[in-house]
Design a protein around this ligand. Structure first.
Ligand SMILES: *[C@@H]1O[C@H](CO)[C@@H](O)[C@H](O)[C@H]1NC(C)=O
Length: 346
């Protein structure tokens, strides 16, 4: 029932793909480079520009005057719209770390949402108080049920949102622990067949100053998810701020001491999977390298595909038979992350 629009959407997507291919053919790399530059310029004001993960080793090479490596790009295969046991996908969920909702709306992020037409769109790092949300999104008729969580103390920091076509049975905010629930990082919606949790997991931060806090978070968040999973299977999506394995980022060697790829954060994710959950993308594409969802704005990391896979759909094992596909929409611009989409046959 949630899937009425699917055929139309597929048709639109084919057209869009053809158009993108043509543009690429005409303009070559120049077009990609221009896009990153534009992205950088408009986002200089955000704190996230001060990040060094991803591209550093490349830059050193460049200084020594060596030929930079040819970028290895990644293109998602076409959407798989049936489950392994042959049931048709009927539920589509998208997730995007928008790195500032207002800027993302100005950069036409909502055009992508309309074209993708998911049943639920989850957004992270909205960095926007509810009263300052742009009308373009608050009035969106496609999603009559909209839920917002923002930081209570620091305005314009963190924040997540969930926009739904059908009304959830119930919606809760946070994970039930005061020390974690002031930064607007988690929304949980209960649907008839599953819980949907969207999360913006705290960054361990420069100098790993928040790594200890992050370790506490990882334990408490895992407990929260396990508690839900006992009641009903769940889908967790969002920016989990960790690249799990070496295959999940371009430069594993250079980033072992950087936020997002420390042994502690990786272990936290391993433990989450150990608690009965599955990384849906890795489940479907165990050997797929170069598939990233985040690129620093610096050093043209995105056009060189020097990135990290930080955004996930994690599923309760009980939902595995429903899994059709997990997509990385890395052509969608508007943030330093790209959106991801999950297809389920519920
Ligand atoms: C996390 O924070 C560090 C430094 O504070 C930054 O370099 C990094 O890019 C951040 N990660 C993401 C995904 O924004």
């Amino acid at each position: 029932m949630l899937y009425l629009q699917q055929e139309k959407v597929q048709a639109v997507r084919v057209l869009v793909c053809v158009r993108v291919v043509c543009l690429r053919g005409l303009c070559g790399d120049g077009r990609i480079a221009k896009m990153s530059k534009r992205g950088k310029k408009t986002d200089d004001a955000t704190a996230d520009v001060e990040q060094d993960n991803g591209a550093a080793p490349e830059a050193k090479k460049a200084k020594k005057g060596k030929e930079p490596e040819a970028p290895v790009l990644y293109e998602d295969p076409p959407d798989q719209l049936t489950s392994k046991d042959g049931r048709a996908a009927n539920t589509k969920i998208s997730s995007w770390n928008v790195d500032g909702l207002r800027a993302w709306v100005k950069k036409k992020g909502l055009d992508w949402v309309r074209e993708e037409a998911p049943d639920v769109i989850c957004l992270q790092e909205t960095k926007c108080a509810e009263k300052s949300l742009p009308n373009d999104i608050t009035s969106m008729p496609e999603f009559p049920h909209k839920y917002w969580a923002g930081s209570q103390e620091k305005e314009g920091y963190s924040g997540v949102a969930m926009l739904c076509k059908t009304e959830p049975l119930s919606v809760t905010y946070g994970i039930g622990k005061e020390e974690h629930d002031k930064e607007g990082r988690v929304i949980t919606a209960e649907f008839p067949d599953f819980f949907l949790v969207t999360a913006y997991v705290p960054n361990a931060s420069k100098g790993l100053v928040r790594l200890d806090y992050r370790k506490t978070w990882d334990v408490d968040f895992r407990e929260y998810l396990s508690g839900l999973d006992e009641r009903k299977p769940l889908v967790l999506c969002g920016d989990l701020n960790v690249a799990h394995q070496e295959i999940d980022l371009k430069n594993p060697k250079g980033n072992r001491k950087n936020p997002g790829f420390t042994a502690e954060e990786r272990e936290g994710f391993t433990q989450l999977l150990g608690a009965g959950f599955v990384d849906s993308f890795r489940e479907l594409y165990p050997e797929q390298a170069n598939a990233y969802t985040f690129w620093t704005y610096m050093m043209n990391a995105r056009s060189k595909n020097v990135g990290w896979r930080l955004d996930y759909f994690v599923l309760s094992k009980a939902l595995l038979p429903s899994l059709c596909d997990c997509k990385i929409r890395n052509k969608a611009m508007g943030s330093d992350h790209c959106p991801i989409t999950l297809h389920l046959a519920i």
